[in-house]
Design a protein around this ligand. Structure first.
Ligand SMILES: [Zn+2]
Length: 76
């Protein structure tokens, strides 16, 4: 989607703090990190609603989120 900031980040058209990615999921640190560990785990492909996201992608996102949480628990 042309005007979607996350799609533009995924195409490297905008700068980001991408800290981890898989084939389906990307993990970004929030630009304005007002809350420590504020981290976005989002699908690389654009979907209108969470109910539109394929189950395999949702599963990948949750696996990635778990990995990030465990990482934060270890280092912070
Ligand atoms: Zn998008």
């Amino acid at each position: 989607m042309e005007n979607c900031v996350f799609c533009r980040i995924n195409k490297n058209e905008l700068p980001s703090w991408k800290v981890y990615e898989t084939e389906l999921t990307m993990v970004l640190l929030a630009k304005e990190m007002e809350v420590q560990r504020h981290t976005l785990v989002i699908p690389k492909q654009h979907y209108k609603d969470v109910t539109d996201i394929p189950t395999a992608t949702l599963a990948d996102m949750m696996e990635v989120a778990k990995k990030i949480i465990l990482h934060y628990e270890k280092i912070l």
